[in-house]
Design a protein around this ligand. Sequence first.
Ligand SMILES: *[C@@H]1O[C@H](CO)[C@@H](O)[C@H](O)[C@H]1NC(C)=O
Length: 494
Amino acid sequence: MALSSLLTLLVLASTCWISVNAIYSKNSPVLQLNAKTYDTLIAKSNHTSIVEFYAPWCGHCQNLKPAYEKAAKNLAGLAKVAAIDCDEEANKPFCGQMGVQGFPTLKIVKPGNKPSRPIVEDYQGPRTAKGIVEAVKDKLPNHVRRLQGDAFQKWLNDPASSAKAIVFTDKSTTSPLVKSLAVDFLGSIAFAQVKDKATAEKYGVTRLPSVQLVTATGEESITYNGEINRDSLLSFFSQVAPPNPDPAPKEAKAAKSKKSKSTPSPSASAGFSRASEAHKSSDFDDFLASSGTIVLDDDLPTDSPLPIVDHEEKPMVVPDVAPPISTLPTAAEVESACLDPKSGNCLLVLVPTALGPPVPSQPATSALASLAEIAHKYDKRKASMIPTYAVPDDNPTSTTIRQELGLSPAGTLEVIAINMKRGWWRRYSTEAYDIPGLESFIDAIKLGEGSKSKLPSSLGGIAPDSSIAEPVEAAETVAEPEPEASPTTDHDEL
Ligand SMILES: *[C@@H]1O[C@H](CO)[C@@H](O)[C@H](O)[C@H]1NC(C)=O
């Protein structure tokens, strides 16, 4: 009894370790999801989101983190930037349902015509903050009518939508900020943007841009005089109704009927970015306040500088994903991939398995991530990497190999190189399963350096040639800094 509960604890502890080890910290601007919260926070939202499906051991996911967090800060208040750990047992079926095949996978989720039936598209653009920010801004729902002349007059007098927000501007596009505000007040304030000067003058607007609020049809409009940032604008519009809570409260219907009567509270009025549970840190509030600072026009006074400087655009980066090391779950697959008498160099990663599907322990996760990176480097310079496979402990061949080669028993990570054709094998015996260590192991094998052991005949080893050196292939290492462009802030305008 005691032993079994201890075992349960150990299993739980190792599972939890992975979630603690998730890429994004609690204070990250990236909203962390699980299979359940995806529905309420993303699928049912009126805002657009981008969701990263990742695994903590994946090198490219780790590389993406700074750019992704930067994108999250830049998009704060405009769109949700979220991530889900697909290595968590509970999330695996969901990640599968979403068609995730490699890590990281980025998907843009835009509200569809029906609630909770969003339009989901893969993001294939550059893995830079700028690339992500631009693509997401491009998919913001637009509930802002662009009107002029008679059409504007008609809209203004339409009693169906009693409260109206009007943005008089000389811009012919609608800014992400205005789009996001229109989403926040969806159902309570109708938004329009007017470009035409004559119409503006008719309504007494002398300076562009100008934000006006009509609280009820036929009422005089109220001109907004505050600082142009998202928080202040939210408070201004909240005199009509508070912004829609996002996620919607559980008793959505009851709340809705009371909504227009409740008093707007400025602290709750920052919209979805404050309402989402994962975003309670004070850090988040800080940057929300700063990145919400916007500038109307150069000639208007503003005491806040632009939060992010517009840098010169760097060349586009081709999406760069290291595909994970393939797993060979059956004996037959190992046989044909590496243990056939004609098989050449092969790298086998004997991965400990815990409870059914592999829950990689720490060395295994780093070994697989490092090897995936190395393989990817080879691939990019069109060099041939030694075929590399993960063999979980529940594959019977793993036990055979461990026994025949005198390796540690199941439960411990082992990385071996094996060459059936030449009848040798070699164990990776360094403690660190990092890229440099594994890379030099691979280089040595490719260069025919280092000592090799003869394969036992039980493993199909036949008397090898006297020379067991492989043809020499030049080993090279390529340093690959990931270019990173800073996002522009074109949402800092009305
Ligand atoms: C979405 O918009 C509708 C109005 O169209 C609103 O009633 C609802 O509360 C909004 N939902 C969220 C989660 O913001």
